[in-house]
Design a protein around this ligand. Structure first.
Ligand code: ADP
Length: 370
C-alpha cells in the first residue's frame, strides 16, 4: 500500500470549501494538526459551537474524502470547539451533547485525573471502577491516557478488540471482571511516538465513545491523561462528565499539581467529586507500624482548604503494585483486604455524589491566565 502523506491529505482538503464560502477549509484555519499512523489519518475540524449541526455534515464529507485517498486505511475526523477556557460553559453544551449522542446507554461519565504522572491515577481508576461494580452497578472504563494507556495491562487484557458489525466499523469493548474496557492503547501503535494536541485527543476519544458498542452502563470511569495541558483541558471541556476525581500523593509538589487539576475542572465547569490521597502511608509488614513517608495528611487538609470533599486515603503497599502489574487489581483479587475496603468506600462516596445529585456545578468563573 502506498504511504499517505500529510501533504496529500492537505491537498485533498484544500479542495473542500469553507462553510462561510470564503476559501477552503485549510486556508480558513479549520483543520487541526494531522496525525498519520499506519495509514490511519486523524485530525479535527474547528467548529463554531453555534453551527455544530452543519459542521457535523461537513465532518462526514471530509472524513469520506480522506478515507477514499489511496493509502488511507481509515479516516477519523472529529469536531472540536477550540475556545479559550473562560468561554467554556457555552461550547461545552453543544459538543458534549454531540458526544453524548454517541454513547447511548451510558448514564454517567466520571473522570479520574491527576496533576502529574505516576501518582497512581490509573490504579485508582480501575479499583474505584471495581468498587462501583461491587455496589451492583454496571461499570465501564475508558482509558483516555494518551501518554501511557495502562488499562490493557491493569486489566490483563491483550490483543485487539473484535468488530461488532459486519463492515468492521464498530468495535466491541474488551471485557474483564465484568467491566467493559476500551483503551486508546487499542487504537495507536505503542511504538509510534505521537505528539498529542487537544483536538487529536478528542479525535481518538470520540472514536472510542462513538465507535465502541458499549452496553448499558451506569457509570463510565474515564482515566484521563495526567497533567493539565491543552489535551487534558479539551478532554475535560468536551466530554460530558458528571464529575471528576483528583488523585494526589501527599507530597507538597503533587498537591500543587493537584490544585492545578482542580482549577482545570473548575474552569470548564465540571464538578470535582473529591480528592483521593494515594500512597498515603506505609504499614511495615515486619514491624506492623505505620510510616508516613511523605508526611501524610496533606491532601485531606488541602481538600478542606479548597472546599472539596476528601474521598479517602490509600496506603502504599507492594501487593498493590505487584498485583497491578499482573492484571489483578486488588479489589477483584483481594476483596477482603484493607485496600479493597478503602477503594469500595471511595466508590460509595463517588456514587453518592454522582447519583445523589450532590454535585452542583460551580458558578462559572472568569480566570485570568498568568
Ligand atoms: P499514574 O496513572 O498516575 O501514572 P499508576 O496508577 O500507573 O500511576 O501507578 C504508578 C505506579 O505506582 C504503578 O507501578 C502502580 O502499581 C504503583 N502504585 C499505585 N498506587 C499504589 C499504592 N497505593 N501502593 C503501591 N503501589 C502503587
Amino acid at each position: 500500500m502506498t504511504d499517505i502523506s500529510k501533504e496529500t491529505v492537505l491537498a485533498a482538503l484544500r479542495r473542500i470549501a469553507a462553510p462561510d464560502g470564503r476559501g477552503n477549509i485549510v486556508s480558513s484555519g479549520l483543520v487541526s494538526e494531522i496525525a498519520i499512523t499506519d495509514g490511519k489519518v486523524m485530525f479535527a475540524l474547528v467548529a463554531d459551537p453555534q453551527h455544530m449541526n452543519s459542521m457535523e455534515s461537513l465532518r462526514g464529507v471530509v472524513e469520506k474524502v480522506v478515507a477514499e485517498l489511496p493509502g488511507v486505511s481509515r479516516a477519523l475526523v472529529a469536531l472540536t470547539a477550540e475556545q479559550p477556557p473562560a468561554r467554556a460553559p457555552g461550547p461545552k453544551v453543544s459538543s458534549a451533547q454531540q458526544l453524548r449522542n454517541g454513547i447511548p446507554g451510558v448514564k454517567h461519565l466520571v473522570a479520574v485525573a491527576s496533576g502529574k504522572g505516576g501518582v497512581g491515577k490509573s490504579t485508582t481508576a480501575i479499583n474505584v471502577a471495581l468498587g462501583l461494580q461491587s455496589l451492583g452497578l454496571k461499570v465501564a472504563v475508558l482509558d483516555a491516557d494518551v501518554y501511557g494507556p495502562s488499562m490493557p495491562k491493569l486489566f490483563g487484557l491483550a490483543g485487539k478488540p473484535e468488530a461488532s458489525d459486519a463492515e468492521g466499523k464498530r468495535m466491541k469493548p474488551m471485557s474483564r471482571y465484568g467491566i467493559e474496557v476500551a483503551s486508546i492503547g487499542f487504537l495507536v501503535d505503542e511504538d509510534t511516538p505521537m505528539i498529542w494536541r487537544g483536538p487529536m485527543v478528542m479525535s481518538a476519544l470520540t472514536q472510542l465513545l462513538r465507535e465502541v458498542s458499549w452496553g448499558e452502563t451506569d457509570v463510565m470511569i474515564v482515566d484521563m491523561p495526567p497533567g493539565t495541558g491543552d489535551a487534558q483541558l479539551t478532554l475535560a471541556q468536551q466530554t460530558p462528565l458528571s464529575g471528576a476525581i483528583i488523585v494526589s500523593t501527599p507530597q507538597d509538589l503533587a498537591l500543587i499539581d493537584a490544585r492545578k487539576g482542580l482549577n482545570m475542572f473548575r474552569k470548564v465547569n465540571v464538578p470535582v467529586i473529591g480528592i483521593v490521597e494515594n500512597m498515603s502511608y506505609f504499614v511495615c509488614t515486619k514491624c506492623g507500624e505505620r510510616h508516613e513517608i511523605f508526611g501524610h495528611g496533606g491532601a485531606r487538609e488541602e481538600a478542606a482548604m479548597l472546599g472539596v470533599p476528601f474521598l479517602g486515603e490509600v496506603p502504599l503497599d507492594t501487593e498493590v503494585r505487584i498485583r497491578s502489574d499482573r492484571g489483578e487489581p486488588v479489589v477483584a483479587s483481594m476483596p477482603n483486604s484493607l485496600h479493597a475496603a478503602i477503594y469500595r468506600d471511595i466508590a460509595a462516596r463517588v456514587w453518592a455524589a454522582v447519583e445523589g445529585g450532590e454535585l452542583s456545578k460551580p458558578a462559572p468563573r472568569i480566570t485570568v491566565e498568568s
